[in-house]
Each structure stands twice: as structure tokens, then as C-alpha cells.
Design a protein around this ligand. Structure first.
Ligand code: AKG
Ligand code: FE2
Length: 317
């Protein structure tokens, strides 16, 4: 899905450059700021879809140097060209629901709408995505990922995405245009060991693949303490958190406890919608009891395609 780019201007590259120079510490090379400014500009003008050669990893470092302030300033430049979207017509969320979500996101970085989607819808989607045949995960993982082509063939997922409610929420939260750039779904099963925890995002971490992103998770199964609930720490990105957890990586529960942080566990029924700014600390949890599973769908909205390379979403129905 292309970004809505309104005007092209040489000025944007220099705006990015000026902004980066004002935030970069003196020992960060001028060359790095030139490359970063140029790639942000190329993404904004649609010349490139991603940042080349993992340039976004530099942004990740700058996130920590500036505690996310640089990212917000980059969004303000983006918003000059790709402004916020208007309230969607034909939306499935009421205006009141949407306002509640946005204010909860602004205060805690999260919004939870329990049993938001109806059981018939959830059951149909589960059947469509996971079928009836039992599958086992590959290698050490406890997660069975659904193929993107299968997700892109789902009329229901397409309807949810094109009704633009998610886009409106993300756009209002960012203060700039928001685009769906990643769609995923997976089933988590019991594996009975801890080898997969880091790879399966089951240790605390921050997501930093893009300048700003907002994830919309839908639980497709009832999720109890033993069936892999999502856990998050509200507004951890903006708190005065200790240096040892102020960088990208994976952290154990003990490390977070020693920093005085405990997570909020989302135990909730199938159909629950979790809206998450995952630049805050969060994780999934393993299935504790054989036979239990968790199935989940994830939509990711970003303010700019700049960042990690992802496959393009093209609806097939
Ligand atoms: O499985 C979960 O609940 C969290 C997964 C996660 O960390 C992510 O999608 O960013
Ligand atoms: Fe994550």
C-alpha cells in the first residue's frame, strides 16, 4: 500500500538533516547523519520503500539517546507531507470507543477492548487461518506462523483493515498518516522448554523496527495465565528507567523486577482487541500446560516505511 505523499521538496532532506544534527552527540559522525537524513527523505518521497543496509539500526540507537524525542520530531516532519487521516466513514468502532482508545494510548501506551470481535467472526477466522489439521512448529520455536498469502486472502481481515478504524487510531496517535505495513498471525503451543523464549518474543523487549508503530492484536482463543498471555509495562519507554534496560535487547522478569517494574498480564477472552505501542516493554508468555494454545492476529501500522524490510501487503480477494 503506497504512502500518501503530497508534495516533494528538497527541503525535507535538509529538515531531517538539521533535526538529526541537533540531536546527534558530537562523536556521532556527520556521515551517519547524512545517510540517515537521505534515507528518511527517500522513504518519505516514495523513492525507496525501506531504509537500505539496516540504516534503521542507527535510528534505534538514537531512540535511546533521545528517549524517543527524535522519533516524535521526525513524525512532525512526516506530518507536513503525510497529514493525519480524517474520521473514517462506515467505521465498526463508535466515535466514543475510538476516543477512549486514544486517551488510553496517550496515558499508558495501551488500550484493551475485551471481547470486542464477535465469536462467530473469531471462529470463522480461526477456521480460515488455522484449518482443522494440527501442525507442529519448526525447530525450537513454539509458534506456528500463518503464511502471509493466506492472511492476504482473508476477506474478513481485509474488511477490518479497509474500514480504516485502526488506521484512524494509529494516525491520531502518531499525529501523522499511518499505513498498515505488517500483518501476521500465529498459534503458540506447549513445547516444555525455555530455549525458544527469546526467539518467540517471550522475554521483555522493545520493538524498534520503525520510527513509530502501533500494533493491533486480536486474541482468537480464550487466553488464561497458562495459555500465553501478552504482558506489557505501561509507558515504560517514557519512564525514567535504569540504564541497564535502556537499550534494545531481551530482558528477564528478574531484571525488570530489580528495576521495580512489573508487567500487566492480558488475560482475556477470544475476540479481545489489544492496541499496543510496543516501543514500550512487552512480551508474550509460553504455554504452561500441554494441550493449551493461543492464536493471535497482528496488524502493524507505521508512520513511515523507513525501517526493517517487510513483505508488501496486497489483498488477494
Ligand atoms: O506474543 C505476544 O504477545 C507479543 C509478541 C510481540 O512481542 C510482538 O509482536 O511484538
Ligand atoms: Fe514485540
Amino acid at each position: 500500500m503506497p504512502f500518501k505523499y503530497q508534495t516533494s521538496s528538497e527541503k525535507t532532506a535538509s529538515m531531517f538533516k538539521e533535526l538529526l544534527d541537533s540531536y546527534l552527540s558530537k562523536d556521532t559522525s556527520i556521515c551517519a547523519s547524512n545517510i540517515l537524513a537521505e534515507s528518511l527523505h527517500e522513504c518519505l518521497t516514495g523513492q525507496k520503500q525501506w531504509s537500505p543496509n539496516n540504516v534503521y539500526l542507527l535510528m534505534r540507537e538514537l531512540y535511546w539517546q533521545t528517549k524517543g524525542m527524535l522519533n516524535n520530531c521526525i513524525t512532525s516532519i512526516i506530518s507536513l507531507y503525510n497529514p493525519r487521516v480524517p474520521f473514517p466513514s462506515g467505521s465498526f468502532l463508535t466515535e466514543e470507543d475510538i476516543q477512549r482508545c486514544i486517551s488510553s494510548l496517550n496515558t499508558g501506551g495501551y488500550a484493551i477492548l475485551p471481547s470486542f470481535f464477535s465469536m462467530p467472526d473469531v471462529l470463522n477466522l480461526r477456521r480460515e487461518l488455522f484449518g482443522v489439521h494440527a501442525k507442529t512448529p519448526n525447530g525450537a520455536s513454539s509458534r506456528i506462523m500463518v503464511e502471509l498469502s493466506q492472511l492476504m486472502s482473508s476477506r474478513w481481515l481485509q474488511n477490518v483493515a479497509t474500514s480504516n478504524d485502526f488506521q484512524y487510531i494509529a494516525s491520531t496517535y502518531f499525529g501523522a498518516y499511518a499505513t498498515l505495513n505488517r500483518l501476521a498471525a500465529w498459534r503458540t503451543v506447549f513445547v516444555g522448554n525455555d530455549k525458544h523464549l527469546s526467539g518467540d518474543a517471550m522475554m521483555y523487549h522493545y520493538d524498534h523496527d520503525h520510527n513509530r508503530h502501533l500494533k493491533f492484536f486480536i486474541y482468537l482463543t480464550d487466553v488464561c495465565q497458562n495459555s500465553g498471555p501478552h504482558v506489557y509495562i505501561p509507558m515504560s519507554a517514557r519512564r525514567n528507567i535504569p540504564y541497564f534496560i535502556s537499550h534494545s535487547g531481551r530482558y528477564s522478569d528478574n531484571e525488570l523486577e530489580s528495576a521495580g517494574l512489573t508487567g500487566i498480564t492480558v488475560v482475556a477472552p477470544a475476540g479481545t482487541l489489544i492496541i499496543a505501542d510496543t516501543q514500550n516493554l512487552h512480551k508474550g508468555t509460553p504455554i504452561r500446560i500441554p494441550g493449551h494454545i493461543r492464536e493471535i492476529v497482528e496488524f502493524q501500522y507505521v508512520d513511515l516505511s523507513f525501517g526493517k524490510r517487510v513483505p508488501t501487503i496486497q489483498w488477494l480477494t
